[in-house]
Design a protein around this ligand. Structure first.
Ligand code: ZN
Ligand code: ZN
Length: 558
């Protein structure tokens, strides 16, 4: 029987559904072992002597053996093996063994499916004997170790720090791990990473949020919850309205991918085929049609066409862009060449094939904007010492791509609210890059401006009054990009010298005009003030999204 995690009551948007849940096991990635505490995942103090722990308290609670596991990549990472070892070390083998090897301490293991695949089974057996030797097991077989490894592979989530950097993995008990995947989820989760408190009293907060229950009540309230009372905690939060009894879902993968890529991602990582509403929709959901959409250049007009018209061409464009991104990330090409290659494909398509272009929301285009924003930023930093004018230009175009990506993500969020998690990051970056650009203005001229000119009291008041989420978003956007007198002028200013972005009338309007954007010169608008104001609105918008998904502010707007 498939178990479902359900909501115990009606909840609104942006509500914590669980208390901070302790992990069953966890492990840092190798590259973070020397910078982060192996026990609580918080940053280690920079002063030597280097230790694995941030404090005596952390080193005392962690009784897992320190080992160097064998390298069995790409199937098993050393952190997977360390996590499995910690799991076995902390759970008594008699209680874990209840229904081996298909369940381990209440967790599904996927044991049969994983061991049926020889590429997995060989690595799992080798790791199992390694763990068995470390723990000096005298059981004569490694079924328990295998089950622990499979439980980690099936249930581990990547733990991210506040900046969104994945620093390790953790496995949580049934209240978290039994939550099923959906590509259109109604909940998300975040981590609480903090050094241990000085007092040893356990928090009474633990049971104050009983909003999650399960259809399989018998196994659900098992005593495997948070056996290890340390390590990174997780909190589940609603991102949509959820009715009492409705299933709670989260996403296991990157949702900004079209259906085919999500399915192959889920299969390779979790060995299941997703049948959620978004995956099963026929015709495909709107967001999926644009995530792999193309447009055709017809008489200088771009019109949206289905992706089946020219799958080969789209495949070529996608792989050209992905190759340029990979080469840039591995330092094989410099930022300028990277920009030239990616913008070439976005703007001109592929030479031998006529008129097809990627839709501005195509998943490869989204990755292209992220890369372009950072490549232009690097070019700006590189020119800062000897050519300030050029540094400013590069910073300007980089900010334009950041803002455009935020705009595209807004378009996606309005169709599917669960994209809010990515959109929060995109709007934050857009706000920050505009702020950086504005600071370059200030270095150039020293004109005075009024503080109130770069804040918008209308939006601030609205947000402080905790209005309806949708209304807040609409008001901020109206102010920031669609309604304000200066927005068109500012957008034209940002995209000057960037033929691809000149196809778009504004940062959130993807109707292709065919005619390039008019180059309006600003007369009445002080460009610096309007960019600061735009940056303010972006950060305010990012704050709303971050509050919705993470229950905290991303940035102090002031
Ligand atoms: Zn610590
Ligand atoms: Zn799905």
């Amino acid at each position: 029987m498939e178990t479902k995690t359900i909501s115990a009551e009606d909840v609104g948007i942006g509500v914590d559904l669980s208390p901070p849940l302790s992990p069953l096991t966890f492990s840092l990635y190798d590259s973070f072992l020397s910078s982060h505490c192996s026990s609580c995942f918080s940053l280690l103090p920079p002063t030597p002597p280097h230790s694995l722990y941030c404090s005596a308290a952390c080193s005392l609670v962690d009784d897992s053996p320190t080992v160097s596991p064998p390298d069995l990549s790409p199937i098993l990472s050393t952190s997977d093996i360390r996590a499995a070892l910690r799991l076995l070390n902390s759970i008594s083998s008699s209680s874990a063994a209840a229904s081996l090897p298909h369940r381990f301490g209440g967790l599904l293991t996927n044991h049969r499916r994983l061991m049926a695949d020889s590429s997995f089974s060989v690595a799992i057996r080798r790791a199992a004997s390694f763990i068995s030797a470390v723990l000096r097991s005298d059981r004569g077989n490694t079924v328990l170790e295998e089950a622990a490894i499979c439980a980690v592979l099936t249930n581990a989530v990547e733990v991210q720090d506040r900046a969104g950097v994945a620093i390790g993995i953790a496995v949580y008990g049934s209240r978290f791990s039994w939550i099923n995947h959906s590509c259109s989820p109604n909940a998300c989760y975040r981590f609480v990473i903090s050094p241990p408190p000085h007092s040893t009293t356990t928090s009474s907060f633990q049971e104050t949020l009983p909003r999650i229950t399960n259809t399989d009540k018998e196994h659900f309230s098992s005593n495997y919850e948070g056996t290890v009372r340390y390590g990174p905690k997780v909190i589940v939060r609603s991102i949509k309205r959820i009715k009492s009894g409705e299933e709670i879902t989260v996403s296991y993968i990157d949702l900004l991918q079209p259906t085919g890529l999500r399915q192959s991602d889920l299969w390779s990582k979790y060995r299941f085929i997703c049948n959620c509403g978004r995956c099963a929709a026929s015709p495909p959901a709107y967001v999926d049609s644009i995530l792999e959409g193309v447009v055709a250049l017809d008489h200088d007009e771009l019109t949206t066409v289905g992706h089946h018209d020219g799958a080969a061409t789209v495949g070529k464009m996608t792989s050209h862009i992905n190759k340029a991104i990979d080469d840039f990330l591995s330092d094989d090409i410099d930022p300028a060449t990277c920009c030239e290659k990616i913008e070439g494909v976005l703007h001109h398509g592929i030479l031998d094939s006529s008129s097809l272009r990627l839709h501005p929301s195509h998943h490869a285009a989204l990755h292209a904007y992220i890369t372009l924003a950072s490549a232009y930023r690097i070019r700006s930093i590189d020119s800062e010492t000897d050519d300030f004018g050029r540094a400013f230009e590069m910073s300007r175009i980089g900010a334009a791509y950041s803002l455009f990506l935020a705009g595209v993500s807004h378009h996606l969020v309005s169709a599917e609210l669960s994209f809010a998690i990515s959109a929060a990051n995109f709007w934050t970056r857009a706000g920050e890059s505009l702020l950086e650009l504005a600071s370059k203005f200030l270095m150039e001229s020293s004109g005075e401006y009024d503080d109130d000119d770069v804040k918008c009291s209308k939006c601030l008041m609205l947000v402080e009054n905790h209005g309806e989420i949708k209304e807040n978003f609409n008001q901020i956007l109206k102010c920031a990009v669609t309604d304000s007198d200066s927005s068109q002028v500012t957008w034209s200013f940002l995209i000057r010298g960037c033929p691809y972005l000149q196809n778009f009338k504004s940062s959130i309007d993807f109707s292709f005009t065919g005619n390039h954007c008019k180059r309006e010169e600003s007369k009445s608008v002080d460009q610096r003030v309007s960019i600061l104001l735009l940056s303010f609105h972006c950060l305010l918008y990012a704050d709303l999204l971050t509050d919705l998904c993470y229950g905290r502010k991303s940035h102090s707007v002031s």
